[in-house]
Every structure is written in structure tokens, then in C-alpha cells.
Write a protein that binds this ligand. Structure first.
Ligand SMILES: C[S@@+](CC[C@H](N)C(=O)[O-])C[C@H]1O[C@@H](n2cnc3c(N)ncnc32)[C@H](O)[C@@H]1O
Length: 255
């Protein structure tokens, strides 16, 4: 695992709306203030950067294809049930609703209500879980698919292990958990680790001298660390690969 830092997201510099922390992870409040700023600048999903939308659309279509396969194996009229953990502004979820307009019960999760501004128009409030999973989820609802898209980076390892282990119990028979990673760490040799450590020392100096303030954004994980996390959470039939979505997004799934 390797820590990484960020100065902006979706073209919005963090220093314009928040105090950035070099050692503390961005928390629910940070994301809430970020989304308030994002909604001030962008009126709807189509205002978000084009390349980002194209990438997310491809990822959502890939998920939709898997969901279609699950749906054909179901009884007539029985919906597929899907949960998105850390759905953000819900762009991928909007695409999923376009791809599967009927026969899908889509549930959402975000740590605060703020990011749900656009999705509230499309999803009833009883299908939106606000808070940190798994604690904020209903233990009575089970899913065909639970996915985490570009959000595991902000979850500390012990919390990630616990979350996956508990989400596994919320799957319907044959259901799957899918993690799409936007933060894959490709190699982690000792030399690369040392170079990264030195870079972080310099980043820290620049941060505290006020020259270049950065926010501790989370962790990059290697493929082996993802696979090991899935195994530790007792997930079975683990598979992984990369998506042809322009960003070579890494995916891993288990049952
Ligand atoms: C980079 S965004 C990804 C949004 C969306 N899933 C996507 O792929 O575009 C990460 C999201 O994770 C959310 N998040 C941060 N910590 C979380 C937690 N502990 N549980 C659930 N979501 C969290 C943030 O609020 C943010 O919306």
C-alpha cells in the first residue's frame, strides 16, 4: 500500500473551499464541503469533465452487462438488486438506470446527504443509505451485486477488510461484490518505495511551508493486496482484470 495526496478533484482546488490536512484522511465533512462547491460550479452531470464521464459511462455499461446476465437467470418479474457504495454524485448510477430502465432496484450509499442532490430526483429516499458502510446499511436487504467504484482508496485497510466481510453476508445466493479501482499501485519494489518516501518528505515540507498544500487522499493498493483483501474477507471465486475504459481501470470480484 502506498499513501497518495491530492490538490484538486474534478478541477476544483481544495484550498479554495477547505483546510487541507497532510496526515488526516479527507473525512465525510471534507467530501460534503467538496460536493457543496461542486454543485455551485456544476448544474448537472453533463457539466462534469467529458473524459471523466466517458470513462464512468464505460464502467457503468460493463456493470450493466453483468447485471443483465444476472437478470436473465432470475424468475419472471423478479428485479435485480444492486447497491453502490460511495456513489458520489451518482453519474454511473444514472447510466445504469438508462441501461436497465426496468427490473432493477438500485440502492445508494454516501457518507453525507450533500452528494445526493442530483440522485434524489431518481432514487427514492428509502433506497439511499447515508453513513459509513456496513453500519449504515439495512441488515435485512440482500443484493445480487454490491459494487465499490473508485472509493476503496479512502478506506483504511482494517476497515476495508471488515466492510467486505460484512458486505459478503448481504449478498443473495450467487451475488457478487465488485471493486473498481482508480488507484491501482502497479509495482512496489523497495527502490520505488524509498523514492516515494523521499517524495512524500518533500511534499510534507512544501505543504507545511505553504508553498503547495496537499490533502492526504488515501492509499494505492497493488493487485496482490486487493486479491489478499478479498481472500481475507472469505470471498470465493475471485476474478480480476482491467477494463477498456480509457483508464485501464482494475476490477476485482468475489462471491
Ligand atoms: C472518488 S469518489 C467516487 C464516486 C463514484 N463511486 C465514482 O466512481 O465516480 C469517492 C466517494 O467515496 C465516498 N466516501 C468516502 N469515504 C467513504 C466511506 N467511508 N464510505 C462510503 N463512501 C465513502 C466519498 O464521499 C466520495 O463520494
Amino acid at each position: 500500500m502506498r499513501r497518495f495526496y491530492q490538490e484538486s478533484w474534478q478541477g476544483i482546488p481544495f484550498t479554495t473551499f477547505a483546510y487541507t490536512h497532510f496526515f488526516h484522511l479527507a473525512d465525510a465533512k471534507f467530501y460534503a464541503v467538496f460536493y457543496e462547491e461542486l454543485f455551485r460550479r456544476f448544474q448537472n452531470w453533463n457539466d462534469l469533465p467529458k473524459a471523466w464521464r466517458a470513462n464512468k459511462r464505460k464502467d457503468a455499461r460493463w456493470l450493466a452487462k453483468r447485471l443483465e446476465r444476472i437478470r436473465t437467470a432470475k424468475k419472471e418479474g423478479e428485479p435485480v438488486r444492486v447497491l453502490s457504495i460511495g456513489c458520489g454524485v451518482g453519474y454511473m448510477e444514472r447510466v445504469l438506470l438508462e441501461e436497465i430502465p426496468e427490473g432493477m432496484d438500485l440502492y445508494l450509499n454516501e457518507p453525507s446527504t450533500v452528494g445526493m442532490k442530483w440522485m434524489r430526483r431518481l432514487i427514492p429516499s428509502h433506497r439511499i443509505f447515508i453513513g459509513e458502510p456496513p453500519d449504515c446499511l439495512s441488515p435485512d436487504i440482500h443484493y445480487d451485486m454490491i459494487y465499490l467504484s473508485a472509493m476503496d482508496y479512502c478506506i483504511p485497510q482494517h476497515q476495508f477488510d471488515r466492510m467486505l466481510a460484512q458486505l459478503r453476508h448481504m449478498l443473495l445466493p450467487g451475488g457478487e461484490i465488485i471493486c473498481l479501482s482508480a488507484s491501482l499501485l502497479v509495482e512496489q519494489s523497495q527502490v520505488a518505495g524509498f523514492v516515494n518516501f523521499m517524495k512524500n518528505c518533500i511534499r510534507c515540507l512544501l505543504h507545511y511551508s505553504g508553498i503547495r498544500r496537499q490533502q492526504f487522499w488515501g492509499w494505492r493498493r497493488t493487485r496482490e493486496e486487493y486479491r489478499e483483501t478479498f481472500r481475507r474477507s472469505d470471498l470465493k471465486n475471485i476474478e480480476d482484470g482491467h477494463l477498456e475504459d480509457g483508464f485501464n481501470t482494475y476490477w476485482i470480484r468475489g462471491e
